[in-house]
Design a protein around this ligand. Structure first.
Ligand code: 13P
Ligand code: SF4
Length: 347
């Protein structure tokens, strides 16, 4: 039955040709990646959406915020489709626009209008628009350092949404001390910081990725004890202590390239989503590649896009029904594009 479904998808791809473009994020299932016209990390997928002017239909194999970004970077006559609307991102959901507007009012008052907002692309279009409106930008895990450096050329302080870990890890790498970082708690609506407010350089939004929070320092210690030749490589969405204890950290693209270039016979423990770790292990059988967390860490929302949803949405599309079209309204798009372009222009 799987082969029959695969054949139906290949047939649709042949019929639609260049009218159809399927981007796939590295965390997607193998059964979906098989049909991707391009794979990439978040930055690469955003750039591809901006560059591709041919495809009438972009069937996005990734999560909702990525499809929104693709919609905002494509033209009005290109349709962006997400095969399952439930493929969201729990981290993006941790910053809603009302909470953000409230925090902004309080913080700008507290710090005399000295803050620039930056948002990880893992956020809603409304949050990107908010950043665009106030002179800020989007960042991804592969350009966060560059973007934080840029932010400090604009303002004295920054508000980093919605991932506290990527924000903390990036700021720390740039020489900002943990004692210069405060955390905004959107649920209790207060700033967590002890000491003199004047010292605060970075305000981290209290959000996180529930997949990457499952990697821990004791897991790393166990590898150090049991298999000391293992190189530990993690995604910067992991907590600060984990990134500090690891050997290397970077975006999904960085992880793939680092392992691809490594010598045969080397051993790797990888702290990121399970589909990517399994694919790396299959692709590079000459290296030993395992997950840092032995119980594995799937991203449940990325995994919602499976061959059944992809096939269904493609067959419906050929029948003239779009499931599910992702469209961001014109006002939001205009402001969010400012934030995205400030990032994309700084390649
Ligand atoms: P990157 O592929 O940009 O590293 O992002 C990882 C991620 O969590 C996407 O949701
Ligand atoms: Fe969101 Fe984390 Fe899943 Fe990425 S891995 S889509 S950040 S929940």
């Amino acid at each position: 039955a799987l082969d029959e479904k695969r054949e139906r998808i290949w047939a649709i791809k042949r019929r639609l040709g260049k009218r159809l473009f399927i981007p796939g994020h590295h965390y997607q299932r193998d059964e979906v990646i098989e049909f991707a016209d391009a794979t990439g990390d978040s930055l690469q997928l955003a750039q591809l959406s901006q560059d591709n002017k041919d495809a009438e239909y972009v069937v996005f194999c990734g999560v909702h915020f990525m499809a929104e970004t693709a919609d905002m970077l494509t033209t009005d006559d290109q349709h962006v489709i997400l095969p399952d609307l439930k493929a969201g991102c729990s981290m993006a959901d941790m910053a809603d626009i009302d909470q953000t507007e409230y925090a902004w009012t309080v913080l700008q008052d507290m710090f005399n209008d000295t803050i620039l907002p930056l948002t990880y692309v893992n956020s809603t279009a409304a949050i990107k628009a908010f950043c665009g409106r106030y002179g800020g930008a989007t960042v991804t895990s592969s350009n966060a350092k560059k973007m934080v450096e840029w932010a400090f050329t604009q303002k004295e302080r920054l508000l980093f949404l919605p991932d506290q870990h990527l924000g903390r890890n990036t700021a720390y790498d740039l020489g900002i001390g943990l004692d210069e970082m405060a955390v905004w708690d959107p649920i209790n609506r207060k700033l967590e910081f002890e000491g003199d407010f004047e010292r605060v350089k970075v305000i981290l939004w209290k959000g996180h990725c529930s997949v990457h929070e499952k990697f821990t320092v004791p897991q790393i210690e166990q590898f150090r004890r049991d298999s000391p030749d293992t190189t530990i490589i993690v995604h910067p969405e992991c907590p600060y202590e984990v990134v500090q204890a690891a050997d290397l950290n970077g975006s999904t693209h960085y992880i793939i390239e680092t392992i691809r270039k490594a010598k045969p016979g080397t051993t790797w423990a990888v702290g990121t989503e399970m589909n990517l770790v399994n694919r790396l292990a299959q692709q590079f059988p000459d290296k030993k590649i395992v997950s840092l967390n032995p119980t594995m860490c799937p991203c449940l929302t990325m995994n919602r896009i499976d061959i059944d949803h992809l096939l269904w949405s493609l067959e419906e599309l050929e029948n003239g029904n779009l499931h599910y079209p992702i469209t961001v309204d014109a006002d939001t798009t205009k402001e969010a594009r400012l934030a995205l372009e400030r990032m994309l222009d700084r390649k």
